[in-house]
Design a binder for this molecule. Sequence first.
Ligand code: HEC
Length: 92
Amino acid sequence: MKKTLLGAGIAALAFTFLLAGPEPAFATMEMQKEAKAAGIDVKNCKHCHTVAMPKKGTPALNEVGQWLVDQKAAKKADKLDMAWLKEYKPKQ
Ligand code: HEC
């Protein structure tokens, strides 16, 4: 009985890792997809980040990325909307 419980526990743990592992990358691919869906010409992560493949914990946002975060605060929105990028005007 005890052995079965332990096995189930390990299986549950492994399952959690499986779910938690790919999730951040999935969320960020969504980001790029959303921007494209909004009609923004996004070629890669560097549109909004200073590195080619940003990781969780170190967003490394560039001017565009930081602008989006500022917009979120200004609009008091609870999540980013990539469609805001249509209003973005680069500093001259
Ligand atoms: C259209 C702009 C845009 C694009 C394109 C984009 N990102 Fe982001 N990303 C952001 C913004 C803005 C944030 C900050 C979100 C926040 O603070 O609410 C962010 C945050 C992140 C984070 C979270 C960092 C943290 O704080 O833990 C990761 C990881 C990330 N991006 C990875 C990627 C990857 C990988 C790609 C390419 C597949 C990508 N992003 C493309 C705008 C973008």
